[in-house]
Ligand binder design. Structure first.
Ligand code: HEM
Length: 453
């Protein structure tokens, strides 16, 4: 018998039909799920420009994530983000990536993140205090503003109120203009400067640059350590003692600002949605918050004392992982399990699919935060759960994100219940991150006994 060269998978035609939909990725999750169900842990198919592989097997996902950056590089989606993010950590290749990662890493050391925690709590408190009892809000937009404010304050310093708003407006504009450029025709759009989508995107990027370059210049004139990320970027020196070029400071700052707020905002929005649908989990969360915090807001050192709050976030990110797909392009042939993967191949993994694989998860579709403390998840293989990726490209902001999500949830949930108003399932809007496909409208109900001003 002749050994097969590639694993089975869908035909090119059905892959086209399964994935294509004009300007959006909305059909991709369902398609990948069908592929995993039908063809198992490794599937492969041919597309016009490359062979695609979809991997739903933790051991192989680990191999991909830990492969050398000289063998595999980021996939097309993230490389397209270079139009906005330049050569920041998320989008650069080796050797630049490793050099930059070493320079940026100190901004995420444990003591630094603990320092940002107070800002996270203060921003959440302000958000809570701006709400009225009974007010109806779009929780996804609320979380986006809050997470952006936290990212802007920790990145550019806590005392830049007006700047945080200006950055917020510019980021929102750039993000709104970005989806068009990710579509199948996005690359063509770059060459059509008069196209409205291209013009909108360029204008938004220019606004963002104006704010960021101004902040960099101001900080250069006042180079004390402000305890924020920008101070670290500007004071970092490479092995020759050279400072980071201004353009790269801009790229890294913008990358951290975007990667640092959009994902966490989605994690929190999906968490509120899940909580509002499960009274028992919500009650257990309130019980933990009441016991640990009583009638005060959390302080940074409360973080380890809120294990169930953390489990709620972990479970929300299992079912609705903010980073839902990770792609890599193979540039030097690699071996994956028993398969030889040729250069030029595209490797896809999806948290959204693997986090619900019934081979690893009991009751995979159910929101059950208790699974994280009852021993169930201890038996999981590594990379059955990988919301933050892994290997040399693992999320640099992972502990920042956990700290933020847990402390923001604790600060808000101890004061406020968000009551869902639309019982229908919130559709997914999978783009770079997994956004809710419609506004999550909720009523803010004060938990009266616990509101201390
Ligand atoms: C719940 C929140 C978050 C999630 C789910 C998340 C997820 C991820 C994932 C999956 C990756 C790997 C991408 C890949 O391998 O292609 C990544 C990378 C990255 N994330 Fe996050 N992230 C979150 C929060 C943050 C925060 C708060 C920051 C910064 C303040 C941040 C900054 C970055 C950066 C700079 C990278 C690129 C790292 C590198 O390649 O060296 N992320 N993130």
């Amino acid at each position: 018998m002749i050994a097969r060269r590639y694993p089975d998978g869908p035909s090119t035609l059905s892959a086209f039909g399964g994935m294509a939909s004009s300007g959006s990725l909305s059909r991709v999750p369902g398609f990948l799920e069908r592929v995993a169900r039908e063809y198992g842990p490794v599937a492969s198919w041919r597309m016009p420009r490359a062979r695609f592989w979809f991997i739903d097997e933790p051991a192989l996902i680990e191999q991909i994530m830990t492969a050398s950056g000289y063998d595999v590089i980021k996939g097309r989606g993230l490389r397209r983000m270079r139009r906005l993010l330049g050569m920041g950590l998320l989008t650069s290749d080796e050797p630049l990536h490793l050099r930059q990662r070493r320079l940026v890493q100190p901004a995420f050391h444990r003591e630094r993140v603990a320092g940002y925690a107070a800002t996270m709590i203060a921003s959440a408190r302000e958000t809570a205090e701006a709400l009225a009892d009974g007010e109806t809000v779009a929780v996804d937009a609320l979380m986006n503003r809050l997470a952006l404010r936290i990212a802007a304050s920790t990145l550019f310093s806590a005392d830049v109120d007006d700047d945080a708003d200006a950055i917020g407006r510019a980021v929102t504009g750039a993000m709104a203009a970005f989806p068009a450029s990710l579509s199948a025709f996005g690359e063509l759009l770059d060459h059509v400067p008069w196209h409205p989508a291209t013009r909108r995107f360029k204008a938004a990027r220019a606004d963002l640059d104006t704010v960021i370059y101004r902040l960099i210049e101001e900080r250069r004139r006042d180079p004390r350590d402000h305890g924020d990320l920008l101070s670290i970027l500007l004071s970092s020196r490479d092995e020759n003692g050279d400072a980071m070029p201004t353009e790269l400071v801009r790229d890294e700052a913008l990358t951290l600002l975007l990667a640092g707020h959009e994902t966490t905002a989605n994690a929190l929005a999906w968490t509120w949605d899940a909580l509002a649908r499960d009274a028992a989990v919500e009650a257990r969360l309130h019980a933990e918050l009441d016991e640990v915090l009583g009638d005060r807001d959390p302080v940074p050192s409360d973080y380890p004392r809120l294990p169930f709050t953390r489990d709620v976030v972990a479970e929300a990110m299992r079912l609705r992982p903010p980073a839902w797909i990770l792609g890599r392009r193979v540039i030097r042939p690699i071996r994956l399990g028993s398969w030889d993967v040729p250069a030029g191949s595209v490797l896809l993994t999806s948290q959204l699919v693997t986090h619900r694989n019934p081979r690893f998860w009991t009751e995979p579709e159910r929101f059950r935060p208790e699974r994280w403390s009852n021993g169930e998840t201890e038996r999981l293989p590594r990379f059955a759960y990988f919301p933050f990726g892994g290997g040399n490209r693992v999320c640099i902001g992972e502990s920042f994100a956990w700290t933020e999500a847990v402390l923001v949830l604790a600060t808000l949930a101890r004061r406020i219940r968000f009551q869902g108003l639309d019982p229908s399932r919130v559709p997914l809007d999978p783009l770079v991150t997994l956004r809710p496909g419609r506004p999550i409208i909720m009523r803010a109900e004060f938990r009266s006994a616990h509101v201390s001003v």
